[in-house]
Design a protein around this ligand. Sequence first.
Ligand code: ATP
Ligand code: MG
Length: 292
Amino acid sequence: MKASAPIKEILTTLHKKYGLVGREFEVENLVHCVRTGKHVLLEGPVGVGKTFLIAAVAELLGRAVVRVDGDSRYTEQKLTGWFDPPTVLKKGYGADSYFDGPLAQAMRNGSILFINELNRMPEGVQNVLLPALDERKIEVPRIGTLKAKEGFTVVASQNPREFVATSHLSEALLDRFELITLTYQAEAEERDILKGATTYRSAANDALLEWTLHFVRATRNSALFKRGASIRAGLSLYDIAQEMGGKWDDFLRATTLAIPTRVELSEEGLEQGVQKAIEQTAEQIKKKSRSP
Ligand SMILES: Nc1ncnc2c1ncn2[C@@H]1O[C@H](COP(=O)(O)OP(=O)(O)OP(=O)(O)O)[C@@H](O)[C@H]1O
Ligand SMILES: [Mg+2]
């Protein structure tokens, strides 16, 4: 597809070929930002589709993506680039002994730099991004100025503030990003995601699909959970339960595998423990779901 293709065409392809469900508004915003060389902060809870969305849009626009996963031990050199000591000994300091990190690589090639969980990066690393983002250049010691090729764009993701135990982004850094927020999708869309992702794996089990859908959604509204389960949790839950036999008891057993790692209990939930909180939520949705 042409990089300048109409957004409607992009959306149709994303829906039909990539299996994207909904997200028209977010895709449009993302494409407008990428096309104007703006940097984007994708904010949304775990498993809401941030990585999927940016990977699909970038591929469709024919844009290379360099990916970085933020963590608290990430260093400035690892992001920009570094001198390789053995090569420096042989050849001295120069372009030959300098190895590009993902930032330099993306700038040189005019690629999209996708930084997953930017807020988990140490402040020093976040600060390296400041000149890269607005002046589109970085200073590499002993080498000089590295200028970004046209097309260089940073797309960063972060989980919403209330869920983030780590640092928040500085005002200066936020000021250089456009914000696209992803929230949990509507019930009908989440049903379609489950349908789209699970039918090729196994014969459709509609009852199981409904239990899964209502269960993950119920965890998000329940007072027992501080952070509920995403659609990613739902996809896992469905797969395991179906593999076990696809009946209600299998569903219950699968929740104990697929859910505890993917939710956070509230004070109230903690009093009962995770298994009880899960069981209670499952019982509550059993009544609501269509029976097989
Ligand atoms: N709108 C959607 N259409 C189709 N599939 C979706 C959609 N949203 C999410 N998914 C599916 O849900 C799963 C989780 O999505 P993804 O990994 O992109 O989440 P994320 O927001 O990047 O999560 P994290 O914060 O953990 O990195 C993927 O398997 C993806 O295919
Ligand atoms: Mg992700």
